[in-house]
Design a protein around this ligand. Structure first.
Ligand code: NAD
Ligand code: DAU
Length: 332
C-alpha cells in the first residue's frame, strides 16, 4: 500500500483519478487543491474517510507543498490552469500555477527524494495539418501555440531538467483531449450538452474543421496508474486512444444523441491561434507498458457522458451562468 498526494484532485481528471485509485488499489490519497473556479469539492463527495482527505491550498505554497510531499510516497501533479480560452484572456494565473507550482513540487520531491509523476498535454507539440499522416510521438519537438500550452511545455522542461540535473525520480505523460463526467462546463463537450439541456444551440468555433483526439478520462487515468507503477524514471509516455474527430462532427453527434436536428448549431468567433489537429501515437505506452484503452466506442462513451450531465444538474448548474457570461465578452 502507498500514499498518494494528488494535486488538482478536485478538478475534472484529478477527481476521476482519485475515484479510480480508491476503487482499484489499496492506496491512500490526499488531494491538494486550491479550489479555483475550476475545482469543486463536490466532485469528491462520498469517498471513504479512512483512505481519503482533501487539503485546500495552492501548489505555489512552498511550505505546504514541502510538508505534504514529505508525508507521501508518490506525488501526482494534475493541478493546472487548464483552459486555452482563459489563457488568451489573462495568462497570469497560468504562469503562477503551471510554472511556479511545478517548480515548488519539483523542489520538494528533490528535497525528500520522492517519486513524482507529471501530468501534461499533447498541446506542447503544437498542431498537425489535417492531411498530415503523422501523429505526435515522444520524439516530436516542442512548439506550443497558446499561453496555456507554453506554460505546460515549460513545466515539462522543468521536470526533465530536475531529472537530469538532480536525479529526481519523475515520469511525464502527455495526453490528448479527455471527455467524461465532472468536466467543467467551459470545455467543448460539456458546454454543448448543458447548453442543449437549457435549449441553447451549440457553438462551433470558426468552420469547425479542427480535430481533437478524444479519450475517455478513465482510460487516461488507467494509463497514468500504469506509468506510476511500471514507467521508467526520466521517461515520457504519450497517452491516446485513436479518437480523432473534428469539432463539427462532435457537435453533430451530440445533437443526434440528444434528439435534435444535426444542423441546429451556430458558428461563432474562432479562437485566436486555434490549433488545427492533435493526434497521438501511443505505441510506446501500449508496447512497453502493455496498456490498452477500455472505451473503444466514442459514440457510447459520449452517450454515457450526456446521461451523466442530465442526471447531475446540481453539480454543473452553479457554474453555468458565469461561464457563459465570460464567453459572451469574446463573442463565443
Ligand atoms: P481542471 O481545470 O478541471 O482542474 C484543475 C484543478 O487544479 C482544479 O481542481 C483547480 O482548483 C486546481 N488548481 C488550479 N490551480 C491550483 C493551484 N495553484 N494549486 C492547487 N490546485 C490548483 O483541469 P483538468 O482538465 O482536470 O486537467 C488536469 C491536468 O491534466 C492539467 O495539468 C492539464 O494540463 C492536463 N491535461 C488535461 C487534458 C484535458 O483534456 N482536460 C488533457 C491532457 C492533459
Ligand atoms: O489536447 C489536450 C487539451 O485538451 C488539454 O491540455 C486542455 O487542458 C483541454 O482544455 C483541451 O484543450 P482544447 O482547447 O482542445 O479543449 P476545449 O474543450 O477548450 O476545445 C476543444 C475544441 O473545441 C477546440 O478545437 C475548440 C473547440 N470549441 C471549444 C468550445 C469551448 C468550440 O468549437 N466551441 C466551444 O464552445
Amino acid at each position: 500500500m502507498s500514499s498518494l498526494l494528488v494535486t488538482g484532485g478536485a478538478g475534472f481528471i484529478g477527481s476521476n483519478f482519485v475515484r479510480h485509485v480508491l476503487a482499484t488499489t489499496d492506496h491512500n490519497v490526499t488531494v491538494l487543491d486550491a479550489i479555483t473556479y475550476a475545482g469543486n469539492a463536490a466532485s469528491l463527495d462520498g469517498l471513504p474517510e479512512d483512505r481519503f482527505r482533501l487539503v485546500v491550498g495552492s501548489v505555489c505554497d512552498a511550505d505546504l507543498v514541502n510538508d505534504l510531499v514529505a508525508d507521501h510516497d508518490v506525488t501526482v501533479h494534475f493541478a493546472a490552469e487548464s483552459h486555452n480560452d482563459n489563457s488568451l484572456n489573462d495568462p497570469s494565473p497560468f504562469i503562477q500555477t503551471n510554472l511556479v507550482g511545478t517548480y515548488e513540487l519539483l523542489q520538494a520531491v528533490r528535497r525528500h527524494d520522492k517519486r513524482y509523476h507529471h501530468i501534461s498535454t499533447d498541446e506542447v507539440y503544437s498542431d498537425l495539418e489535417l492531411d498530415d499522416p503523422a501523429k505526435f510521438t515522444e520524439n516530436t519537438p516542442y512548439n506550443p501555440s497558446s499561453p496555456y500550452s507554453s506554460t505546460k511545455a515549460g513545466s515539462d522542461l522543468l521536470v526533465r531538467a530536475w531529472v537530469r540535473s538532480f536525479g529526481v525520480q519523475a515520469t511525464i505523460s502527455n495526453c490528448s483531449n479527455n471527455y467524461g463526467p465532472y468536466q467543467h462546463v467551459e470545455k467543448f463537450i460539456p458546454r454543448q450538452i448543458t447548453g442543449l439541456i437549457d435549449g441553447v444551440r451549440p457553438k462551433l468555433y470558426g468552420a469547425g474543421e479542427n480535430v481533437r483526439d478524444w479519450i475517455h478520462v478513465d482510460d487516461h487515468n488507467s494509463a497514468v496508474l500504469r506509468i506510476i507503477d511500471d514507467g521508467v524514471i526520466g521517461e515520457t509516455y504519450l497517452i491516446g486512444a485513436d479518437g480523432e474527430m473534428n469539432n463539427k462532427s462532435v457537435i453533430e453527434l451530440i445533437l443526434e444523441l440528444m434528439d435534435q436536428p444535426t444542423d441546429a448549431y451556430d458558428h461563432v468567433n474562432d479562437r485566436p491561434g486555434h490549433d488545427m489537429r492533435y493526434a497521438i501515437d501511443a505505441t510506446r505506452l501500449r508496447t512497453e507498458l502493455g496498456w490498452t484503452p477500455t472505451y473503444r466506442d466514442f459514440r457510447s462513451g459520449l452517450a454515457a457522458t450526456i446521461d451523466w450531465y442530465r442526471a447531475n444538474e446540481d453539480w454543473w448548474r452553479p457554474m453555468k451562468a458565469a461561464t457563459e457570461a465570460k464567453y459572451a465578452k469574446t463573442g463565443q
